[in-house]
Write a protein that binds this ligand. Structure first.
Ligand SMILES: [Zn+2]
Length: 458
């Protein structure tokens, strides 16, 4: 799951997040699903917020003031047409709100929010100048990898596998613990780690160098919920909750989100944790590609009495679809420009499509259909969407973010309870394959298909 308010409503959460300088796009609506008919556009539209020039100095929660000088490296890398196409078809939210930057014939002018240097200029490439060298990036594109020369298809490729969430004793706090019967349960953070461990062996056998961003059911961040007491309180006050309740003990439904405890926990397991993983990915691992491993879910109601969902589906995310309100944050704006000018989308979208096809083939899941404005299709593959998530924005390289299976779909739940195995076993009176094994095979199939067809052979 990306981010799911099992108890809250999408727009309550979005409003609170927006007021708190959070990304509303990182919040998923509680009842998505391919069979849910699209409601009239008017009821789904977010508040019509064009970027407000006086607010362009905002920083996202736990974010840092960006170094705008780094954008100078992208002078003369993209033509104006390339820039505009990427912005309109991937990075902007659909609906065409005015962007918080200005496109001139020769350059894009990006407001910094810093009154001492209010604007940076990134010059477009013209036919006469050559594209900047790629060495400035920490990752290599498919085309830049050494030729295969008959070696296994993933040779030289450095892949980081990022098992979503923390799992273990943290799963209940993360709201990613699911049990329909005493004595049995699944936890997304444990399933994603198991998937990563099995996948690592398979990818290594195909020549890849594989690093796990997390290799145990423990947080990567060294901070814990009590460290975020002040930030949580400030967030709630700024969101119009002057005297929030300290704990959610005895609090039901949406009101839980408005307590200091819930906010400190979310700052820990989501915001701080993803920042810590981003530091590890960007400074230590420096991979060519990150594959984020998740399992999806539909709203299951209260955790003590969860509900099965008839939905079961798959989708794959790339970075994009930035809402106007998110681009008011200086760090978010800087991150989007870095990704766009590094042409990350040119690597991410074909990779995502190949992995989506692999997963569709092995899992037989149908495409999830978003009915909210926080995602848009990227490219032609029906399984691939662009969304602005914390992980796929902060990791400074291509990221393919996987969301197969609905954990509270009854058959998926029963298969996931059994864990990983090869072959078939009897589940609910039927001979069935392992959902984890099908997940692993789908990713392998997709990556092999992409690199085998797209890498230089000699
Ligand atoms: Zn997840």
């Amino acid at each position: 799951m990306t981010f799911l308010f099992k108890t809250g409503s999408f727009w309550l959460a979005a409003l609170l997040s927006s007021a708190a300088g959070l990304s509303a796009q990182e919040i998923r609506p509680p009842v998505p699903g391919s069979s849910v008919p699209a409601a009239p556009a008017v009821s789904l539209a977010p508040p019509a917020l064009a970027p407000d020039p006086t607010r362009l100095a905002k920083i996202s929660q736990l974010g840092e003031v960006p170094d705008w000088n780094t954008l100078a490296a992208y002078n003369q890398t993209l033509t104006r047409e390339e820039f505009e196409t990427a912005w309109k078809s991937i990075y902007s939210a659909e609906g065409g709100l005015p962007p918080p930057f200005e496109i001139t014939p020769s350059a894009v002018m990006v407001p910094t929010g810093d009154p001492t240097k209010p604007m940076v200029r990134i010059e477009f490439r013209t036919g006469a100048t050559s594209p900047a060298k790629r060495q400035q990036f920490s990752w290599r594109s498919t085309r830049d990898l050494p030729p295969l020369k008959g070696r296994p298809p993933l040779s030289d490729l450095h892949i980081a596998l990022d098992p979503g969430h923390i799992g273990g004793p943290w799963a209940r706090m993360e709201e990613r613990f699911l049990s329909f019967k005493p004595g049995e349960s699944i936890q997304e953070g444990d399933l994603s780690l198991l998937t990563a461990q099995v996948l690592k062996e398979r990818l290594m056998a195909l020549g890849a160098v594989v690093t796990l961003v997390r290799d145990k059911p423990e947080p990567v961040t060294e901070l814990r919920p009590p460290d975020f007491q002040d930030v949580a309180l400030k967030t709630l006050i700024e969101a119009g909750v002057p005297k929030p309740l300290p704990t959610y003990e005895g609090v039901a439904g949406d009101a839980k989100i408005l307590t200091v405890q819930w906010q400190t926990e979310k700052l820990f397991y989501r915001v701080s944790e993803i920042h810590a993983r981003a530091n590890k990915v960007n400074r230590q691992i420096k991979p060519d590609l990150v594959v984020c491993l998740h399992f999806n879910a539909e709203s299951w109601g209260p955790s003590e009495a969860p509900q099965f969902s008839p939905q079961n589906h798959l989708h794959v995310l790339v970075n994009g679809c930035y809402a106007a309100v998110e681009l008011e944050q200086a760090d978010t704006r800087h991150e989007m420009f870095s990704r766009l000018f590094q042409r990350v989308h040119e690597e991410e979208i074909p990779l995502a499509a190949a992995v989506a096809d692999g997963l569709a083939d092995t899992t037989r899941l149908t495409p999830y259909v978003y009915t909210t404005p926080n995602a848009r299709h990227a490219g032609k593959n029906p399984y691939v969407y662009a969304r602005n998530l914390l992980a796929n924005r902060l990791y400074q390289c291509p990221v393919v973010y996987l969301e197969p299976y609905v954990m509270n779909h009854e058959e998926s739940y029963r298969r996931l309870l059994v864990g990983h195995f090869v072959g078939r076993t009897l589940i609910g009176g039927r001979l069935t394959t392992s959902a984890i094994e099908d997940y692993v095979r789908g990713v392998v199939q997709g990556l092999v298909s992409h690199y085998q067809s797209q890498r230089r052979s000699s």
